[in-house]
Design a protein around this ligand. Sequence first.
Ligand code: NCD
Length: 314
Amino acid sequence: MEEKLSVNHLLGIKNINQNDIKLIFKTADNFKTVINRSIKRVPSLRDITVANIFFENSTRTRVSFELAEKRLSADIVNFSSTSSSVSKGETLIDTVNNILAMKVDMVVMRHPAPGAAVFLAKNTNTQVINAGDGTHEHPTQALLDAYSIKEKLGDVKGKKIAIIGDILHSRVAISNILCLKKLGAEVMVCGPATLIPKYIGSMGVKIEYNLQNALKWCDVANMLRIQLERQDIKYFPSLREYTMQYGINLQTLQNLEKEIVIMHPGPINRGVEITSDVADHNQSIILNQVENGVAIRMAVLYLLAMKKTENVKN
Ligand code: NCD
């Protein structure tokens, strides 16, 4: 029997189990060979229409989902809040129900409110993929990050991953912690005390305020951007001071007595959390993450579509 996901939606890493993650990785392996062929398209989602609904800015994630859908031959509708009736006062449910009335099968949504994807899945009759809900979760980013670590280091289990930067406002940090822990990695968060939330220790991660200690400990450093757009008060004196304490430059990398892998979900603020020579260094897998993002999103779309066929049959 064909393997299936345990869920009908991808709302967060919290909602999926280790078998789901392994199945997504195995399916992504196949799609990765597809996207590296000269003919990159397969007919798997030919009868499916996907709506990409983005209520928050995005470049990488939106393009990555769109490419993944195109490679699977899905029909696509795109819409963002600036060009929608949301700015005219329409509610989220009304907006989405109007789109669904046009016979859309799946919704990929990014929204600034934590819980928006769960809310949508509960209140509409469609499959939902969370493409980032405020400071809550960003499951496909965590999946592509863990997949890229596995590809680079052979396995995620037992590896030491340091997530460095603005943990407080980062959905990437939360989803990464959940995903890496489910795969048996050791996880550390590192940043200024003001950007490390108090509850984080209960997620089973180590906490370190000193960058050098974190780098000496880890196999992989995942560098996060300071989410200035989500900060209503000052969490540190200046960006310059942040860079001096938590930024990685070539010297920092060369002073370590071992090679570590550098990751970043993007968008990079070159010269703030990471210098250009580190971002473009051969220890950096930032562009591999972007490539793997398409394969991972193809796998998620495909496996969820398979669940839908199963539900219709039953
Ligand atoms: C991340 C996001 O939107 O949460 N970016 C992304 O999806 N590639 C991280 C960020 O914005 O810093």
